[in-house]
Design a protein around this ligand. Sequence first.
Ligand code: ZN
Length: 136
Amino acid sequence: MNIVDETFGVKTGRRCEMVDITGQVAGIVKTSGITAGDCIVYCPHTTAAITINENADPDVVHDMLMTLEELLPQDRRGYRHNEGNSDAHVKSSLVGPTQQILINNGRLSLGTWQGIYFCEFDGPRSRRVTVQIRGK
Ligand code: ZN
């Protein structure tokens, strides 16, 4: 089994935003030369996350962010954490810091309408995404 580790940066431009990183991850898979295995995409931040969802209709991203904001407004009363970003910490844990995608025939086995997203919940910031590819 071979293991390839890569990190790349993501610059976000808004407080809450979903950045499509499918192309960067697919590029790392291609360069790795690994044709069968799996790919782990990890977000090493406490107010951001990684998810997989539709990347065909941008309204899906809009609706997801709108729903998260309704469920977890930034100005919710009762938060104690004094940075003012408790909503972002909760969103990060709800969405989760990692995704795992199978690699078949040298490609990510995503569905037709699926893309990999870096989810920013406390931007704008400079962020990192780490990717590990394991296989043969
Ligand atoms: Zn905080």
